[in-house]
Design a protein around this ligand. Structure first.
Ligand code: AMP
Length: 219
């Protein structure tokens, strides 16, 4: 089985690329942010525990997130996986690595390289569908909060944590946590310039996926 792991600041394009990969390869989407928002909306016990962290842009504690992710992974089928928003700490990266080793999963890790200025305008313009989790850009997609999602019909909304103040917090946390993760993965990480049209970023990912298939055939 294959897994694609997408690392990047909030608004760097992880969600968009995850959706494209899952659509094209029929992979399972493991988007921790989406799972957390779903639990909060459904007012589950887990949702109530993590709500405050999410609202403030703080990371949910490692043990709580890991329990959620690995219990989610135990329930899904054997298709490939795309990780969007996990791992976010060194501990999570180590846990995921053990999971991959135990199950003989080949993981490909990408980092979307963007600056704060790049993501600021994306986040300000971001609206998303709580039904199918598709992310839209207000100006590019000409959609506003409240209108039905063109994909599934659910009312489109603005994420509670997509404010400049919370974004700054999330970005600072990302910068602090990502270095140890990059140190852990070392040369396994493929750095992709993220401030480009989504289709270009996608092509880079696909190219790298193809190289990696060729590598494994030759080894
Ligand atoms: P995202 O949709 O990936 O931007 O995640 C939204 C929020 O969910 C984050 O700001 C955190 O509060 C929480 N979250 C998502 N993924 C994780 C994770 N791997 N570890 C801890 N908290 C997370």
């Amino acid at each position: 089985m294959d897994a694609v792991v997408l690392l990047g600041a909030p608004g760097s394009g992880k969600g968009t690329q995850t959706a494209k990969l899952c659509e094209e390869f029929n992979y399972n989407r493991v988007s921790t942010g989406d799972i957390i928002r779903f639990e909060i909306r459904e007012r589950t016990l887990f949702g109530k525990t993590v709500e405050e962290y999410q609202a403030k842009g703080l990371l949910v504690p490692d043990d709580t997130v890991c329990e959620m992710v690995f219990s989610y992974l135990s329930r899904i089928d054997g298709r490939g996986l795309v990780f969007d928003g996990f791992p976010r700490t060194l501990f999570q990266a180590q846990m995921l690595d053990s999971f991959f080793c135990e199950r003989d999963i080949r993981g490909l890790v990408f980092l979307f390289d963007v600056t704060f200025e790049n993501i600021e305008s994306r986040i300000v313009n971001r609206v998303s569908c709580p039904g199918c989790n598709t992310v839209f850009n207000r100006s590019l997609d000409r959609l506003e909060a409240g209108v039905p999602c063109p994909r599934c019909g659910t009312g489109i909304g603005v994420r509670q944590d997509d404010t400049i103040e919370v974004l700054r917090n999330r970005y600072d946390i990302f910068r602090r946590e990502v270095d140890p993760i990059l140190g852990f993965y070392g040369r396994k990480v493929h750095v992709i310039p993220g401030n480009r049209p989504a289709d270009e970023v996608y092509l880079d990912i696909i190219k790298q996926m193809n190289f990696s298939v060729l590598d494994s055939l030759n080894s």
